[in-house]
Structures are given as C-alpha cells and as structure tokens.
Design a protein around this ligand. Structure first.
Ligand code: BES
Ligand code: ZN
Ligand code: ZN
Length: 506
C-alpha cells in the first residue's frame, strides 16, 4: 500500500520550477533541442534569425509546415544547440492555442523518448487575431508541462524521467510578462496533473476516507480552509441520499469542504464535484465492460479540488468554496434497493428507480448543502454523470446544462480557450415529466432510456432553487485512452483548466 504522502504533490512541487525564461538569444544557448514552429504559408517569427532557422525545414520536401509535420536538423549551423526541431502548425490564419499546445507536447515527448535532458522553445508571433504572443506563450507552456507527465506510481521500474527544466526564450520586452505567464501556467497545469493522479489512482487506494485525507493534504499549503465531514456530521445534516448510496459499501462516506476566503470579496462561487470513488452500480450492478473504468467516477471531485487549490494558489480575489461528496457505490446486503425512498437533505423525497443513478443523489445533498451554508452568487457542479452524455457528445466534449445563459456562455468560451470543450445542452421544462414518481416527490431515473443526460440535469435542478447554476457532465472527457499529444492514458484532468478560466472571467 502506498502512503498518501507518497503521491500527493509529487508532481505538484516538482512542477513548480519547471519553466525558466531566458532572455539571451537562442542562437547562443547550448541545449539538446531548440524548438521552433513553422506555418505553411507565412513567417512565424519577427526575429529574422529565428525565422531563417525555421525556414531551413522548408528546404526539405517532406516538410510543408502542415499541422503534425516535424523536421529534426542535427548540428545546425550558426547555433549552439545540438539539434533544431521544427514543428508544423498549419496555415498562419488558423493557428490557435490548441495547435501550439500540441506542438509543445510533441517536442516534450520527443525529448522524453530520446532521453535528452534540455530543450528551449521559441514562442511564435502570428499575424492572426485568434492568438497573440501572450496566448501563444501560455499555450506552449501548458502543452509542455502537461506532456511531461506519466502515471507510473505503481510501476516498480520508473522509466519516465521527467524533464527538470524547460526553457522558453523571451526578448527583454516580453520577459516580465512571460515569467508571470509561466507561473500561472504551472499553477494551473500542476492542478491538472494532480487531478490526473487522483483519477488514475486505483479504487482500492482512494476509498472515501483516504481520498478525503489526500485532498486535505494537498490543500494544506494553500490559502484554503479544509473541513472533512464524517458519517456523524452527514447524518446531522440529514444527508440521507449520500448515506443511501454508500450503504452498500464498507467505506464511510465523507464530504470535503474547501474554502478560499479572501479578507475582502464581493462574490461567493461554490463548485461541487461528484466523488464516487468506485461505481459498481450498486444492486443494479453494471456489466463487466462498463465497470472496468469506474474508478474515474470521482473525476468531478478531483477537478473541483484541484481547481480550488490552483485558484487559491494563484490568489483568486473572490470567495471560492469546493463542496465534495465522496462515496463508494457497491452492492451488498446492506445496499439500498430500487424502490427505496430516501429523504434528501433538502427535505424532498426521492424514489430510487436505479441504484446506478447514484451521482445525482450525492449531488442533490451536496448542492443543497452548498446553497444552504454559503448562499452563493453562483454554483457550478462537475460530474461524470451519465453514459447518455457520452452517446450525445462523444469522448472529448462535456455537456453544459444551465439555468443561466451568461454562465453557460462563459463556460463554452472558456472551453474553447482551454480546449476542454463544452457544448450547451437544453433543459426543456416539459421533460420534467420524465422524473415523476408515483410514491415520492421525484424519481432518480427517467421513465424511458431517452434523454438521460437531460433527465439527470433536470433532477439536479430540483435542488438548486433560484441560485444561478450550471452543471457540467464530464463522463466523456474525464478519462482517456491517451490519443493526445499532451495526455497519456488514464485520467485527463479535464475540468481544472476550464474551471479556473471560468472563475477568473466571472
Ligand atoms: N458513473 C456513471 C456514468 C458514467 C458512464 C461515467 C460512463 C463515466 C463513463 C453513472 O453513475 C451511471 O451509471 N449513470 C447511468 C444512469 C442510468 C442508470 C439512469 C447511465 O448513464 O447509464
Ligand atoms: Zn452509476
Ligand atoms: Zn456514477
């Protein structure tokens, strides 16, 4: 068994010093790899010496500057680096943040694969409205930090040797800003890596009490107050929906509350994250194929906790609270049954139609607690809530359900910027019909198998009252098979960069 301290903040602190800004010209810096980008049609650098270097790639017929093109030049003339890597990013007009994140990720993967140790990035400047020098720097820094990670905690032989320092060149004009961007990118991306660690962690090592301690440990050094509610506290607060879901498990349910409270603030935002440390389905047991990856069912909790930690560390100026219900959903003689009726913390009764629709139960208590305790100006929940959302939007896009158009709009915009993409979904009032129960106030599943993600969102809205609220269903993008340039198989950390960007822009 691993001790909590073995894994928490392993990367978090390591990452803190990863990026260094150099202001002397790249031609004179000795590194294993000097990295430049090139477009298909236009120059990417204003500095003539850098553009001349990037242009050398175009001398080779195999390099056109298309997205994904790569050319490695050994012992390049006129520069001190041993190699120059030129990465194609397509047409200058269409180059965007994600193109640069991927390019930086590819460079880092190449360094990791060939056991090189040093690399230096040159930040491009496109004549393009989508992306200025600042955005380009930020995106490349993100791609580089995120690619420098593998989840190898459970491997005896650690083959992954993370790069210790990643250099970025910025001229004297841009250096101050580049340093601030680097600091911010590292804070947010190490949050993403922390969430990846948590999601990839096997379910036997993150049962609720242990996961709660691990979050508390990670929050310890930040301007955050942490409270962990144990079974007794949950009972006192009448959170019977949470109790019902965890009744089949031998692990006690927990609720972690993280509170970032600046001395002065004018807004309170609460984030709520679904933390089912393993979702077997309960008495409505999942089939083997669907159960295998259900350690990911706490990805909402991981994203919320890591976003809180990142935002607090970055010095966010508003009050920010994370409410994180943690349970394990297991079948047993003491488990709740289909047909059971439970009274949620809000007083509303719920008939359990299916014990596998457990996420909305614990969120019902979490949302009620958040609103009754903190009276927030805004509440956002994040959850691996429904397979139906994955059917609708696929594995790479999250669904956004909101009673507040402006909030939904901001989430979609932040999703585009961070490439943690979100699509706004409807919550038609007449679909509430689906959740009618003959015996209780509401049922936890719809009458038929259609519109499952919408039915789940409508269920949650029963517990949010008049508070502006958005629900983000991340069942698709929370966990991946690693088909990306800066994300390996396992937890993706989806939602951390998104949430931080959303709250920074509220
Ligand atoms: N944790 C699952 C949803 C899920 C599916 C997450 C795939 C990640 C990937 C959730 O608790 C669940 O089982 N939902 C059911 C609801 C149904 C019983 C109404 C579903 O979506 O099938
Ligand atoms: Zn379930
Ligand atoms: Zn679940």
């Amino acid at each position: 068994m691993l001790r909590i301290s073995d894994f928490v903040l392993r990367i978090y602190y390591l990452g803190a010093l990863l990026i260094k800004i150099r202001t002397d010209h790249p031609a004179g810096i000795k590194t294993d790899l000097l990295v430049l980008v090139a477009c298909e049609d236009q120059a990417a650098y204003l500095d003539p010496q850098l553009q001349e270097l990037a242009d050398r790639a175009h001398d080779w017929p195999e390099f056109a500057g298309k997205s994904g093109d790569e050319l490695l030049i050994y012992e390049p003339q006129g520069v001190k680096s041993k190699r120059v890597l030129v990465l194609g990013v397509g047409k200058a007009d269409s180059a965007d943040r994600e193109e640069l994140r991927k390019a930086a990720g590819r460079a880092v993967n190449r360094v990791l694969k060939s056991s090189l140790t040093s690399l230096l990035f040159c930040i491009p400047e496109f004549k393009n409205e989508n992306i200025d020098r600042r955005a380009a720097a930020e995106a490349m820094m993100e791609g580089a930090v995120l690619a420098n990670y593998r989840f190898d905690l459970y491997k005896k032989e650690k083959r992954h040797k993370p790069i210790k320092t990643i250099l970025f060149y910025a001229d004297a004009d841009f250096a101050g800003r580049a340093r601030r961007l680097a600091e911010h990118a590292e804070i947010v991306c190490t949050g993403t890596l922390l969430a990846r660690d948590w999601v990839s962690m096997p379910p036997n090592d993150k049962r609720p009490a242990r996961f709660a301690r691990s979050i508390a440990k990670a929050a310890e050094k930040e301007p955050l107050e942490t409270v962990v509610l144990d079974t007794g506290d949950l009972k006192k607060n009448r959170m019977h929906a949470m109790m019902a879901v965890s009744a089949g498990s031998s692990s006690r349910p927990q609720m972690v509350v993280l509170d970032h409270r600046p001395r002065e603030y004018d807004k309170t935002v609460v984030l709520v994250g679904k933390g089912v440390t393993f979702d077997a389905g309960g008495i409505n047991l999942k089939p083997a194929g669907s159960m295998e990856s259900m350690k990911q069912d706490m990805a909402g909790a991981a994203a919320v906790a890591a976003a809180l930690i990142s935002a607090a560390r970055a010095g966010y100026g508003q009050r920010l609270v994370g409410v994180i219900p943690l349970v394990e959903n297991m079948p047993s003689g003491s488990a709740c049954r289909p047909g059971d009726i439970v009274k949620t913390a809000s007083g509303k009764t719920v008939e359990i139609g299916n014990t596998d629709a457990e996420g909305r139960m614990i969120l019902a208590d979490g949302l009620h607690y958040a609103i009754s305790q903190y009276n927030p100006d805004m509440i956002i929940d994040m959850a691996t809530l429904t397979g139906s959302c994955v059917v609708a939007l696929g594995e790479n896009i999250a669904g956004v359900f909101s009673t507040d158009e402006a909030l939904a709009g901001q989430i979609v915009v932040s999703g585009g910027k961070t490439h943690e993409r979100c699509w706004s979904m409807p919550m038609p009032e007449d679909y509430r019909e689906l959740l009618k129960s003959d015996f209780a106030d509401i049922k936890n599943v719809g009458k038929n198998r259609y519109a499952g993600a919408i039915a789940a969102a409508l269920f949650l809205s029963e517990f949010t009252g008049k508070t502006p609220w958005a629900h983000i269903d991340i069942a698709g993008p929370a966990y991946g098979s690693g088909g990306s340039d800066y994300c390996q198989p396992g937890g993706t950390g989806f939602g951390v960069r998104l949430l931080v960007d959303v709250i920074e822009n509220l």
